[in-house]
Design a protein around this ligand. Structure first.
Ligand code: SIN
Ligand code: FE2
Length: 204
């Protein structure tokens, strides 16, 4: 069950606070662990050779990756194996918040350990910007920042908590966004702390 009652707008991005209850969060976490067993988290490098502070893996037909060769979607994990399927628990979230959208082809998994962050960026490696990006937060709180479609515009921030969902669609599909910091240890969902963000996208 996805609860869409607590909707907040942040520069055109729709945030659904407390959308997933604890049992739903635990079920998703279980599925994330299964994915990470088949497709281990790794530390991506930017095209300029900087190690990112988040660790990543993915599920679906495609995973988003970055290395010296650039940002792109790939049908295989850097290890050479295909990505696990997107779990039904996550597909149900997509259908609840984006009933008219196509089926997602990628669920990117970002793991934020203590001190990890993600700089402002656009999600623009997909082919069809009429399709939304749907993101689910699990674990520790993260300070989410959203601007407009141009770099350097005014931004607004909101602490995303475990069970919150963000939808970047319509005018906000190409909004700059990032996570400035996490409040390590603020949630009891992950026994060792940290934040997980699951981002579903249609790629083709
Ligand atoms: C992302 O934009 O890939 C991650 C957003 C988040 O961690 O909430
Ligand atoms: Fe993003």
């Amino acid at each position: 069950m996805v609860n869409l009652a607590h909707k907040i707008g942040l520069n055109g991005v729709d945030l659904y606070a407390d959308a997933l209850d604890r049992a739903a969060q635990e079920a998703l976490l279980d599925d994330v662990r299964k994915i990470a067993r088949a497709a281990p988290l790794y530390t991506p490098e930017t095209p300029r050779g900087q190690k990112m502070s988040v660790r990543m893996t993915a599920a679906g037909q495609f995973g988003w990756i970055t290395d010296r060769r650039g940002y792109r979607y790939e049908a295989r994990h850097p290890r050479g194996t295909v990505w696990p399927d997107i779990p039904e628990s996550l597909l149900a979230v997509w259908r609840a918040v984006a009933p008219d959208a196509r089926v997602p082809e990628c669920a990117l998994i970002n793991f934020y350990a203590e001190g990890a962050r993600m700089g402002l960026h656009q999600d623009k490696d997909e082919a069809d910007f009429s399709q939304p990006v749907v993101s689910v937060s699990l674990g520790d709180e993260g300070l989410f920042r959203v601007g407009g479609a141009e770099r350097g515009g005014k931004t607004a921030s909101h602490w995303l908590r475990s069970g919150d969902i963000a939808v970047l669609g319509g005018e906000a599909r190409l909004a700059y966004h990032g996570v400035d910091k996490i409040r390590f240890g603020s949630s009891t969902l992950l026994p060792d702390g940290g934040r997980i963000n699951l981002t579903m996208r249609v790629v083709t």
